[in-house]
Write a protein that binds this ligand. Sequence first.
Ligand code: SR1
Length: 405
Amino acid sequence: SLQTKKPYEALTTETVVQVVAPLNHFDDVNQLEIKEIGDGNLNYVFHLVEPATGKSLIVKQALPYAKVVGESWPLTLDRARIESEALIKAGEYVPALVPKVYHTDRQLACTVMEDLSDHLILRKGLIQGEVYPKLAEHIATFLAQTLFHTSDFFLHPFVKKEQVKAFINPELCKITEDLVFTDPFFNHDTNDFPEELKSSVERLWNDQTLKRETAKLKHAFLTRAEALLHGDLHTGSIFVTTDSTKVIDPEFAYYGPIGFDIGQFFANLALSYLSHFHHSKDQHKRQQFQAYLLNVIEDTWTHFTEQFSQLWHSKGQEAYMQVAGVEEDFFAQVLEDAIGFAGCEVIRRTIGLAHVADLDSIEDQALQLKLKEKALALGSTLVRERKQLTRISRFLETIRGVAHA
Ligand code: SR1
């Protein structure tokens, strides 16, 4: 793709035109309506529309710091390269499930991509109680295709190790190591929770079994380079319509344990489940929607294992893949990991630095607190008991059990 020789500068609604002008996507770049619409934690997102033609584009630019905290938290611009390369890589296997990348500018740390503003962020849709009939199948396909094709089950070992190198992402991984696996389990100043939760949080900090198990999950995240992960697959990283699903924002991509993406997705659905004790306005609707959320988890797992297994038997390259029991052991490990990672994600979204709107938008403070207590109980149970939750149905029972206790 084209490369400018200019040094890095933060783009503005005025200067972003210089990035798209050479692409000849628009009829007249002087007639664009441009807005900065980024509501994430880290980047600028510019939306460019040409009213006369209806053509549009997104330009996403990494800032040299984390927007959520400010300039005091410097952050590598290389994440823009990682994000763009991860989107392109996913596009090789699931083109319908990721935005199309038109151009990457390494100096400006920005990516020009397909505008998806006819889609809604899944988290917002779920808060509104919207049902997405194809979500589970689409996310399962995304997971199975991207994870299988970037793993040792498919790639030549030399190619795989080149890929590991290309996706070394230490600074973004460090954010996850700290914010997901460490800080919420200790009295750390990045944590964020109301005083009323203090005694539950202190109980969690003093739970040595929980910490011992979390240490194993963190170690897996640090060391197990199994496949190229999205790395941040929460419901804010997924755009949806009734028929379409697009996975966005893979700037946390790196080679890690296969269960991680699955676990983050499941955790955010579990948090949505809890939040519907508030967001659903009557009991029948609530029960229906909560049942839908559990179906999404179950169907995602079922479709994921079916598709991965089909790839395993049709395209597998590893010598041991046809040995009896190897496939079953693999899926058992992925489920155990996914449930453990889900537990960490539920805990950190409740008391860590980056919360979720599902729970934080609940105006009834007493209910919000009660649901956060349940989230902490759920997260801890998932981490501690993941080895016993050997079937997806047992994971769902655990969510139901803790939520309705
Ligand atoms: C400082 S970044 C906080 C969180 O936002 C991202 O989306 C990741 O989930 C990260 O942990």
